[in-house]
Design a binder for this molecule. Structure first.
Ligand code: SAH
Ligand code: SF4
Ligand code: F3S
Length: 488
């Protein structure tokens, strides 16, 4: 793959990171100011995120840099600079980007000065970059997941040259700390604890586009969370493709449970979440830490993928149906009120009706609080894409619909169990459809919309509660969310 590293604009640029990027942020700022003077107004930027929470966090890093160099963030793609942070986990994620890019291209025809950048997981695929170079010449900048820290340097490059700038790295061992970040929420934040994945589940493209597993130094993680807390954050979501294998490749190995113990000590931090947990690496030590913790949320996202041991083997998941069920039992024994959620794939190559019924059986036994269900999507380059007996779409659809119905039915029944209870809610925002209500989340991650009127009938949604944890009575369960009333 092309690795044009001809981005060194000046010999003065420091070699060390992050100093080098701060140098380029200054340079980019000057270039942006020049354009501002020419246009007689501020420049606008829009970052569109596709995919998972890792990408959402990466987008906050992109926004941090855009802010620093003087772009005003806007919520529309009619902006001076539009960045798509892409996902390629399933074919439809991929198609969405091409579709949107077509529309953006037409807009750019009328606004030729506009800049378009593409980054993220899709860009790590050679055929994507080839297609962009051939059919989407209007794109100014293409970079990948490994060099996202170089965004400022790449912007300088794109602002100073006419041709498409392409910089994709095959991998990296580098983790650059201390670059600016612009958070979406003032009171909660994602925190990367590791990057990449070593598991190579046979259907999954992530290890190819995110590279090998790299854990951040625990000291850097703690320092980041302390700074976030000082800045008003009360809830962190620790992010990794398999948080249960955190720390194994550090010079001084640390377990995920040990990291959690340290994070728990941070004063002012109230809630700790994490995702994702791979069942094969979920330790007894972690369960113990969770059971004892006052801050770790009562929620475990534990992807099942399939309930058939035969399919799990072909998926390279390293657990079988019985081991998975035993793990759930152990979790529930130690933490009785824990919410368990999952991801399930329907239609993996070779999946028979019997295999599917095994999945349905696990769903009925575990009774998930919620589940993301996906139709298997063939990703070229993965071992599953080469397997024979890919299952016809029509057959998959029937099973998929049956699974979805069961998952939703169980989730609604589970949610109903909490009706009438009074529980702590982290208030996130004013309700999007009804301004008299506030919206927040329970420890188990369920959404609650509640009014403050029970205490004072004239009371409108009290926005001063946003970012605070308050007691809410769950008056009515509406399937997958609750309507409630403020108590405290
Ligand atoms: N690291 C996480 C998940 C990453 S991707 C984990 O191991 O659980 C998120 C989810 O997308 C996966 O859990 C899986 O259910 C789904 N997924 C991944 N590849 C897929 C594919 N090729 N087709 C359909 N779903 C897929
Ligand atoms: Fe993909 Fe498996 Fe890694 Fe998750 S653990 S990112 S499903 S390869
Ligand atoms: Fe998608 Fe990349 Fe996440 S492929 S699911 S954005 S790691």
């Amino acid at each position: 793959m092309e690795t044009s590293r001809s981005t060194q604009i000046s010999a003065e640029a420091p070699v060390m990171e992050p100093q080098r990027q701060f140098y380029y942020m200054d340079l980019a700022k000057k270039l942006v100011e020049e354009r501002e003077r020419a246009y007689g107004r501020k420049l606008t930027a829009h970052v569109e995120t596709f995919g998972c929470q890792m990408n959402a966090r990466d987008s906050e890093k992109l926004r941090g840099i855009l802010d620093t160099i003087g772009y005003v963030q806007v919520d529309t793609e009619e902006a001076d600079f539009v960045i798509y942070n892409t996902c390629t986990v399933r074919e439809n994620a991929n198609n969405k980007v091409y579709g949107r890019l077509g529309t953006l291209g037409s807009y750019k025809k009328k606004h030729p000065e506009m800049m378009i950048a593409l980054c993220g997981c899709m860009m790590q695929e050679e055929h994507v970059v080839e297609r962009l170079k051939k059919d989407y010449r209007f794109v100014n900048l293409v970079f990948g997941t490994h060099n996202i820290f170089k965004f400022a340097e790449l912007i300088v490059c794109a602002l100073t040259q006419k041709k498409m700038v392409v910089d994709i790295w095959d991998g990296t061992t580098e983790i650059v700390e201390d670059l600016p970040v612009e958070r979406k929420y003032s009171f909660k934040s994602g925190v990367n604890i590791m990057f990449g994945c070593n598991n190579f589940c046979s259907y999954c493209i992530v290890p190819y586009v995110r590279g090998r597993e790299r854990s951040r130094d625990p000291k850097d993680i703690i320092r980041e969370i302390e700074q976030l807390v000082a800045d008003g954050v009360v809830e962190v979501m620790l992010l990794g493709q398999n948080v249960n294998s955190y720390g194994k490749n550090l010079e001084q190995p640390v377990t995920f449970a040990e990291l959690l113990r340290e994070i728990e000590k941070i004063e002012g931090l109230e809630r700790i979440r994490f995702m994702t947990s791979h069942p094969k690496d979920l330790s007894d030590e972690l369960i113990e830490v969770m059971a004892q913790s006052k801050k770790i949320c009562k929620h475990m996202h534990l992807p099942l993928q399939s309930g058939s041991s035969r399919i799990l083997k072909k998926m390279n998941r390293h657990y079988d149906k019985e081991q998975y069920l035993a793990l759930v039992e152990k979790l529930r024994a130690a933490i009785p009120d824990i919410a368990i959620t999952t991801d399930i794939i329907v239609g993996f190559p070779g999946e028979t009706k019997e295999d599917f019924l095994e999945t349905l059986d696990v769903v009925q036994k575990v009774r998930y609080d919620s589940a993301f269900t996906f139709i298997y999507s063939k990703r070229s380059g993965t071992p599953a894409a080469e397997m024979e007996d890919q299952v016809p779409e029509a057959e998959v659809k029937e099973n998929f619909d049956m699974l979805l119905k069961e998952v939703q039915h169980i989730a609604a029944e589970k949610a109903k169990e909490l009706e009438g209870a009074t529980l702590p809610v982290l208030v996130e925002q004013v309700n999007e459809h009804d301004e008299t209500l506030l919206t927040g989340r329970l420890s188990n991650n369920s959404v609650v919309h509640f009014s403050c009127a029970a205490l004072d009938p004239d009371k409108q949604a009290d926005t001063s509660l946003i970012g605070k944890i308050v007691d809410v009575k769950l008056v009515e369960c509406k399937g997958f969310y609750y309507l409630g009333e403020l108590c405290s």
